[in-house]
Design a protein around this ligand. Sequence first.
Ligand code: G1P
Length: 291
Amino acid sequence: MIRKAVIPAAGLGTRFLPATKSQPKEMLPVVDTPAIHYVVKEAIEAGIDDILIITGKDKTAIENYFDRSVELEYLLEGKEGKEDLLHLVQDIAHLANIHYIRQKEPLGLGHAVLQAKQHVGNEPFCVLLGDDIFQAEVPVLKQMIVEYERYGDPVIALERIDPSQTDKYGIVDIHTTMSSRTYKLKDLVEKPPVSQAPSNLAIIGRYILTADIFEILENTKPGRGGEIQLTDGLRRLREQRDIFGYEPEGIRHDIGDKQGFLRATVEFALERTDIGPAFAEYLKDLVKRGI
Ligand code: G1P
């Protein structure tokens, strides 16, 4: 059974400067909710009750967000018609058991995940990267847990990308196709140039891992970009045991990218019953005006 999730949130967010100059990128709102809230929610919906967020410098806003805000609750309690908002802010503080640990230096994703070693112990666990958020009927992590339970080996989420984009992702090489969405992997390469990519199946930000990855990460040398790469650790793990890739059902939004962020905002807004219909009208009007 998978009980623990790790969410690396120590990145500098340089792609979203200047907004990220004084706030973590994980707190940028998609409609009215910080990006990291969607990720935490996905983990909870997959049955996870213990979440470790790997933070870095200047990330206190994340801790404050998932904590109680007694002053705000007090203010809302005193105001008529604000009961819904009061419940909203109270519920956030009770979402799950959230723990924090700091990655003291930005040495890469593999190094960030390694910070979870003591907290995770010997259990299988999952890793969710905040740059990818999904719209899916069954939460993506939940779909992956089904695969993990079937095979008992690590499972990594994959998506077919445009072949020109391989140098932006970890790319996998397939050993065997197990079913329409599941593959046994032969190899994993971090951000290969197009000419060296073994496929166009990219690693997207969800992993179910086993605790043997930690010892490997401890011995993984800096790779691409001088960083300790999770993909390099997985490549070594693959030499010891099977690793599976799974193409989830649903729509992925790469909110680490400006276009992706805007698209996510539009699609999440359209899904909302409170603002969706009026927003859809506005978009239709834009089209009519030829914009
Ligand atoms: C990380 C991983 C990469 C993966 C990507 C998914 O890269 O290193 O293998 O494909 O996340 O979002 P990053 O985007 O953090 O540079």
